[in-house]
Design a protein around this ligand. Structure first.
Ligand SMILES: O=C(O)CCC(=O)C(=O)O
Ligand SMILES: [Fe+2]
Length: 339
């Protein structure tokens, strides 16, 4: 990292309604026509790859409860939380500041509690050592954390599966196309706490500028705000809290499906408010073995797709390893064998 290239990151203007539209899922969820939503989804995904959803079906009480539990947990003494420190194999539990570091940046100024699809040790994929497949890790003396987090997690899985229907139709596929790859989806949620930062800079932020990796990110943020994304013109804009909404954005694997037609956008977090910020992204990814490849209609006849086909899970694991201090299952097995 080059300190002399560092720049202060000042608060940008708010994203316009075109840069961050609000998609209303209410009518469709109530049994209405999906077509208008598909058109709005396509427009947003080819523009900034970011939008809000409202009337999304996740009860506000469930969202309030998971924020309350996250605040309560992150207020506990560090030594208490370190008892739940993330385990190398399954990557679930408390992740202190310092674990996530994007190349060329200082570590992100955030800490988190990580959870995912809760697979028992007897599960065939867990037995087979498939990366990131495993049981959640919960502090037994704080049942309120598991209760609130899993209630929220299960609702976002339902929302993610709903959005996959819209997504498939937007890409010219049958509505159920992605659901065939969401049998044991690699969904991960992160309960984030961002301490306030007086003067954010490009090198040191709550979350350094990055793109997400997979399919769909669903995010609830608290009223503090601080999420920023980059427009097509290269300008950073704020994606503030809007009551009753979640933020949705696309990840890099969508570029493979769509030959770069859909946007996986750079974004970052700067918490300049002087107050604690909390946010909870759920990363909705498909099954490990999903063959991700350019879909028909996204490449001209006679042209080759820009990205080689790839297995969803392998790609995700390689991306995690690039930003998190992370041991691969092979490295762990080698360590174990060495005693
Ligand atoms: O906390 C936020 O608002 C965004 C977090 C984020 O971009 C991420 O974890 O990938
Ligand atoms: Fe992100």
């Amino acid at each position: 990292m080059n300190e002399s290239n560092d720049h202060a990151v000042v608060a940008p203007r708010r994203a316009s309604a075109q840069e961050m539209p609000v998609l209303d899922l209410g009518e469709w969820i109530a049994g209405g026509d999906i077509a208008p939503l598909v058109a709005q989804f396509r427009e947003a995904c080819t523009h900034t790859g970011f939008f809000y959803v409202k009337n999304h079906g996740v009860p506000q009480s469930v969202i309030d409860a998971v924020f309350d539990a996250t605040r309560r947990y992150m207020s506990l003494p560090m030594e208490e939380r370190l008892k739940d420190k993330i385990d190398e194999r399954f990557r679930r539990g408390f992740m202190p500041i310092g674990v996530t570091q994007h190349p060329g940046h200082k570590p992100d100024l955030k800490e988190s509690y990580e959870l995912g699809l809760d697979l028992p040790l007897s599960d065939a994929d867990v037995q087979a050592g498939r990366p990131l497949h495993g049981p959640n890790r919960w502090p037994a003396d704080k049942p309120w954390l598991e209760e609130a987090a899993m209630a929220y997690f299960n609702h976002t899985i339902a929302l993610g599966k709903r959005l996959l229907r819209v997504f498939a139709l937007a890409l010219g596929q049958p509505e159920e196309f992605f659901l065939q790859y969401a049998r044991k989806p690699m969904v991960q949620a992160r309960l984030f706490h961002y301490p306030p930062q007086e003067s954010p800079t490009q090198l040191e932020l709550g979350a350094a500028a990055h793109t997400d990796y997979g399919m769909l990110t669903l995010l609830v943020q608290d009223p503090i705000g601080g999420l920023e994304l980059r427009t097509k013109a290269g300008e950073w804009v704020a994606a503030p809290y809007i009551e009753g909404t979640l933020v949705v954005n696309l990840g890099d694997l969508v570029k493979v499906w769509t030959n770069d037609r859909y946007v996986s956008n750079l974004h970052r977090v700067a918490n300049r408010t002087g107050r604690e910020r909390y946010s909870i992204p759920t990363f909705f990814n498909l099954d490990y073995d999903t063959p991700v490849a350019c879909l028909p209609g996204f490449v001209e006849p006679g042209e080759a797709p820009r990205h080689a086909p790839i297995k969803s899970g392998e790609y995700l694991v390689s991306r995690f390893a690039s930003v998190q201090k992370y041991k691969t299952p092979a490295e762990l097995a080698a360590e174990e064998a060495a005693g």
